[in-house]
Design a protein around this ligand. Sequence first.
Ligand code: TTP
Ligand code: MG
Length: 419
Amino acid sequence: MPASAIQRAILHVDLDQFYAAVEVLDFPELKGQPVIVGGSPDSRGVVCTASYEARAFGVRSAMASATASRLCPQAIWRPPRMDRYAEKSREVRAVFDRYTDQIEPLSLDEAFLDLTGSIKLFGPADEIAQRIKREIRAETGLVASAGLAENKFLAKVASDLKKPDGFVVVPPGQENAERFLAPLPVNRLWGVGPKSAEVLQKLGFHTVGDIARADVVFLTARLGAIQAEHLYALAHGIDHRPVETGDRPKSIGKENSFARDLYDLDAMERELLACAEDIAQRLRSRALRCGGVTLKIRLSDLTRHTRAELLHEPTDVTEPIFQAAARMLRTRFDFKGQGARLLGIAATHLLSPDEITASLFPDESAERRRRVANAVDRLRDRFGEETITRGRLLEARERTTGTPSERPSDAKPKRTKGV
Ligand code: TTP
Ligand code: MG
């Protein structure tokens, strides 16, 4: 599985010991002291954060203040001053704003920046990252750690590896990503908390490399398809999630419910093809591509079900979206004799062109499909919706508007020809 044929430059920035650092900045006498920001130990408060000097005693974020006080009796306690931290956070944001408008803040002290589109203006991404770090220090007095990689997951792991004042670059390419991840413990994987880490360790997976080398069938049997796929993709360094600036939809979807439930898989596929066609057209009209596809099904008993899949390469054309949905319908769903009352697709993990630069290994057939699709869009604009309809869709319309295909529950998955 290729990591991704697109190359992005994603930066994750996380300020070091943020609340404590602001306290030290405003009260210089605290410098070099074990400082704890949080609810006081005699109340039932918790620790927000601790300076590295206090962490040396074992004090951690979210720990009961009473425990922290026992571990580090000489600590100097400060109540949190959220307004001040928000103010410093805005100063840091002002530095980011100079280099990109593709910014996703995760909290007051942490953000993802997509620098892909900034490179032609400011030079190589690693130099931009260094400038951002330097300017944060010079202008706010705070120290940031940063990670630069081709996706969010890798960048976030990287920013945390050499704290404080760290800067770690993961060079592009799946091999580099795998080499970088292999020795790390499984709890570095996004979504793996203490409980999942324990489960994975019991199965013999201690490092990310252990998961990357795992047998997918074994992983799926033990963890379920969704979790297995998620972990396997991450372990290979694959993560198509876009930097979410809040100015684009999270997903673009299309669904249809039917007057009479569908039992026939071919008929269902035709509905999905129509959905995929509609979605691809809307993606193109907004200059977006999707890196993931979700299949939605509501059964005769009104229960709702979803299946999700990541694409190998983000797309804005019908075929890969349809193929993913059809594959999930046929291989990852058991109707148990029920029909489909509603079928739909959502295109997820939306990316804008700025985040997609020249392909490393251009897929010519994909490029051709895209050109054809764009030409179709232009024709539609000129002559209206009905001008161009794929043969298979036409067939769907004729059949569903005539007698809805309905079959008893013995409908076995039938192989159909590709579109
Ligand atoms: P973090 O970035 O997790 O911690 P940090 O910046 O203090 O330290 P590090 O150098 O390891 O990045 O969180 C940022 C701020 O969010 C932190 O200063 C205080 C606050 N916070 C809480 O209030 N409660 C919590 O449980 C955590 C984890 C953080
Ligand atoms: Mg931090």
